[in-house]
Design a protein around this ligand. Structure first.
Ligand SMILES: C[S@@+](CC[C@H](N)C(=O)[O-])C[C@H]1O[C@@H](n2cnc3c(N)ncnc32)[C@H](O)[C@@H]1O
Length: 303
C-alpha cells in the first residue's frame, strides 16, 4: 500500500493521497451531524436578508470532500472557491464524471500554499466570502495562523465552518478485549500519535487535537457565536469498506508512532500486527473523534 498519509501519520509537508481522501469521504459524510449547524447557518443567512449568490471559500479542500457534503445542504446559487497546495488533488474536484450538484453555479480551484495566508488569500477573496470553511485541516495549522485567519474573517463578517477536526477521542473496541497488555498498548500508541500530531506540518506548529478547543476560544473572543457537533468515525470492521479505512488508519498510526518512538519498534510492530489481524477478522470497532464547528458573526440584528 502506498502511504495514505492520514492526518495522524503525516510527514512534515503533506502529501495526502487521493485514495486516502476517497476512503475517508464516506466515513466523514456519515459522521457529520449537520442538523444543528446547517440550521444555524440557514438562520443566519435568512436573518441578514442575504441576496445574490452564496459565496464559499474552502481551505485545504483536497479532492472536494467538503464541497460535496455542504453543497446539497445549503441554499442554491453557490459560488465556491477551493484552495489546496496539491494540484493532483484539485484535479479530482468535480472530476470522475460525477455530476456537479445543481446548487453550484460557479466553481473555481486555486493551487496555493495556505501557510502564507497573506499570499494565498489575495484580493477581495475574504471580503466577498459569506462562509469560510475547511474540513480536516485544523489539526495541521498553528494557533497564530488560525488567529490571523479568524481575525480576517471577523473583519469581513464571514461565517466560519470548520469541519472534521480531530479531537483525540479515539478508541479501539475489541469484541473480545480480555488482553489488558494490548489495551495498555492501544493507550500508549494514542499518546505517541497525539504528540506526533503536534509536530510541524508546514504552518510553523500544529494544533493537533487541541484544534477544536482553540478554534472555539479564538472565534468567541472575536465575537462569534459557535455551535459544535461531534462527528466521530465509528468504523465497524465487519463491513469491508470500514475495515479498509481502519486498516489504513492503523497503518498511519503505526508510522506516526514509529517516527515518535523509533526505539520501541518491536513492541509497536507487535501491536500493529495484532490490531490488523483483528480488523481482518472483523473483530474490531474503531472510533476516531472529530468536532464540527460553525461560527456565526455576532452582528447587530442577530437573535
Ligand atoms: C486531511 S486533508 C483534507 C482534505 C479535504 N478538506 C477533505 O476533507 O477531504 C488536508 C488537506 O490540506 C492540504 N494542505 C496541507 N497543507 C497545505 C498548505 N500549506 N497549503 C494548502 N493546502 C494544504 C492538503 O493538500 C490536503 O488536501
Amino acid at each position: 500500500m502506498t502511504h495514505p498519509s492520514p492526518p495522524n501519520g503525516m510527514a512534515a509537508h503533506s502529501d495526502f493521497s487521493s485514495s486516502w481522501l476517497a476512503l475517508r469521504e464516506t466515513a466523514d459524510h456519515r459522521a457529520r451531524d449537520v442538523q444543528p449547524l446547517s440550521t444555524a447557518c440557514r438562520h443566519w443567512l435568512t436573518s441578514r436578508a442575504h441576496q445574490g449568490p452564496l459565496t464559499l471559500l474552502d481551505l485545504g479542500c483536497g479532492s472536494g470532500n467538503n464541497l460535496r457534503y455542504l453543497a446539497p445542504r445549503l441554499p442554491p446559487h453557490q459560488h465556491w472557491s477551493l484552495i489546496d497546495q496539491d494540484a493532483s488533488l484539485l484535479a479530482h474536484v468535480g472530476g470522475d464524471g460525477s455530476p456537479r450538484h445543481d446548487h453550484i453555479d460557479e466553481l473555481t480551484c486555486l493551487q496555493r500554499d495556505l501557510s502564507r495566508l497573506d499570499q494565498a488569500l489575495t484580493g477581495d477573496m475574504l471580503a466577498g466570502a459569506d462562509i469560510v470553511t475547511a474540513s480536516a485541516l485544523l489539526d495541521l495549522v498553528s494557533e497564530p495562523w488560525l488567529a490571523t485567519l479568524i481575525k480576517q474573517c471577523a473583519s469581513h463578517q464571514c461565517a466560519v465552518w470548520l469541519a472534521m477536526s480531530i479531537n483525540g477521542d479515539n478508541a479501539l473496541i475489541d469484541h473480545d478485549d480480555g488482553n489488558t497488555a494490548l489495551l495498555e498498548m492501544d493507550r500508549h500508541v494514542q499518546q505517541l500519535i497525539k504528540a506526533h500530531q503536534q509536530r510541524d506540518k508546514g504552518f510553523n506548529g500544529a494544533l493537533g487535537t487541541h484544534a477544536p478547543g482553540v478554534a472555539r476560544t479564538l472565534l468567541e473572543n472575536a465575537g462569534y457565536q459557535a455551535t459544535t457537533a461531534d462527528a466521530p468515525w465509528q468504523l465497524d470492521c465487519r463491513h469491508p469498506e470500514e475495515a479498509l479505512l481502519a486498516q489504513a488508519l492503523v497503518q498511519g498510526w503505526l508510522d506516526a508512532a514509529l517516527e515518535q518512538a523509533p526505539d520501541q519498534r518491536k513492541a509497536l510492530m507487535q501491536w500493529h500486527e495484532s490490531r490488523q489481524q483483528h480488523i481482518a477478522h472483523g473483530r474490531l470497532k474503531v472510533r476516531v473523534g472529530h468536532t464540527d464547528l460553525l461560527a456565526i458573526p455576532d452582528s447587530p440584528g442577530m437573535t
